[in-house]
Write a protein that binds this ligand. Structure first.
Ligand code: NAP
Ligand code: ZN
Ligand code: ZN
Length: 349
């Protein structure tokens, strides 16, 4: 079936209206009418081919929230009318060691991401959530707590799980000190989630105009990362730091803030390499690792956790016609704190 969408056609021109195909739902598939889609900084990286490997046309979007409109004959978890979410993945091999351990994001045969991955059903590449509808195997569709606002819950599907997973894997326990670097889409979810884990939360930001918000979102302290005196007050004190920064920056300043044995988890993915001053790791047995979203099981756990704790994102709802402006504002760190596209605007072209 045809669905309207917005697509990038190359790395340098704006996204424009586009028409694309979705498959007819098979026995295990759920067809979802997309009501909302969050705008992740990854959408900018991939639309603009900043990481290399983008195939055009590219329909971004992996914080997909909507309602089920049709289910295949063998679907068990969903019924017509249910709220349903799709995050960064739509399939995986389901047989490799990673898949068997509920870590489909690391599928050894290649995770099928929601966009810019080979599409085994229709050929070509998968197309994401900047579109009117999507058809996904129910194994990769998330159940959304019914009392959460659908628009504000959309960012949980990437920004939420990407910051929840490092907290869960560390694992953070009440009373520990967690640093969040960068207060954007991921960072503001990291603050809310770390707080709900009972952590003492410190936000490191480059933006003085975000200090009040950081405290309102739940941070116990806010540090302007350019201020050496303020940074020095946190030396050797953090159990875990989650770095969400999308651009080149000095991670050594943050490694030095970890306690002995502490961990800096990099979730932001700057296009250029970051350099590690090895002494920062060696002399305090510190850890530096990365983390990619979370598996489907962990994503469902995160949504249920957010349901219990009433956690959603702080969003600015935009019509799809403003998507290019939103990308430009993301590049200027000007988002409070996640753009979400209202898909009702799509029909207008
Ligand atoms: P975002 O909303 O644009 O937030 C990024 C924040 O980083 C900015 O708000 C800013 O915070 C800070 N920042 C930006 N440029 C900076 C610079 N030059 N120096 C220091 N700080 C800077 O982006 P997002 O959607 O949260 O995504 C962040 C990154 O995570 C992107 O690279 C994205 O691709 C990646 N990502 C990774 C995963 C994963 O699974 N690992 C999942 C989703 C996204 P302040 O204004 O507070 O300084
Ligand atoms: Zn994302
Ligand atoms: Zn696999």
């Amino acid at each position: 079936m045809q669905t309207p969408a917005y697509a990038a056609h190359n790395a340098t021109t704006p996204l424009v209206p586009f028409h694309m195909q979705r498959r007819d739902p098979g026995p295990h598939d759920v067809q979802i009418a997309i009501h909302y889609c969050g705008v992740c900084h990854t959408d900018v990286h991939i639309s603009r081919n900043e990481w290399g490997g983008t195939t055009y046309p590219c329909v971004p979007g992996h914080e997909i929230m909507g309602k089920v409109v049709k289910v295949g004959a063998r679907v068990k978890k969903f019924r017509e009318g249910d709220p349903a979410g799709v995050g960064c993945m739509v399939d995986s091999c389901r047989a490799c060691d990673s898949c068997k351990e509920d870590l489909e994001q690391f599928c050894e045969k290649g995770t099928v991401f929601s966009y810019n991955s080979p599409d085994s059903h229709l050929g070509g590449m998968t197309y994401g959530g900047y579109s009117g509808s999507i058809v996904v195997d129910e194994a990769f569709v998330l159940q959304v707590p019914k009392h959460l606002d659908l628009a504000a819950a959309a960012p949980l599907l990437c920004a939420g799980i990407t910051t929840y997973s490092p907290l869960r894997q560390f694992p953070v326990v009440a009373g520990q000190k967690v640093g969040i670097v960068g207060l954007g889409g991921l960072g503001h979810m990291g603050v809310k989630l770390a707080k709900a884990f009972g952590a003492r939360v410190v936000v490191f930001t480059t933006s003085p105009n975000k200090i009040t918000d950081a405290l309102r979102l739940g941070a116990d302290e806010v540090v302007l990362s350019g201020n050496e005196r303020e940074m020095n007050q946190h030396l050797n004190s953090c159990h875990l730091i989650i770095d969400t920064v999308s651009a080149h920056h000095d991670i050594n300043a943050y490694l030095a803030l970890l306690k002995r044995g502490g961990t800096l988890t990099q979730v932001g993915v700057p296009a250029d390499p970051l350099s590690v001053q090895v002494g920062n790791l060696v002399f305090a047995r510190r850890n530096f690792n990365g983390s990619l979203i979370g598996g489907i099981k962990e994503t469902q756990e995160m949504l249920d956790f957010c349901g219990t704790h009433n956690i959603t994102a702080d969003i600015e709802l935009i019509p799809i016609q403003k998507i290019n402006e939103a990308y430009d504002r993301l590049m200027k760190n000007d988002v409070k704190y996640r753009f979400v596209i209202d898909m009702a605007s799509l029909e207008k072209g």
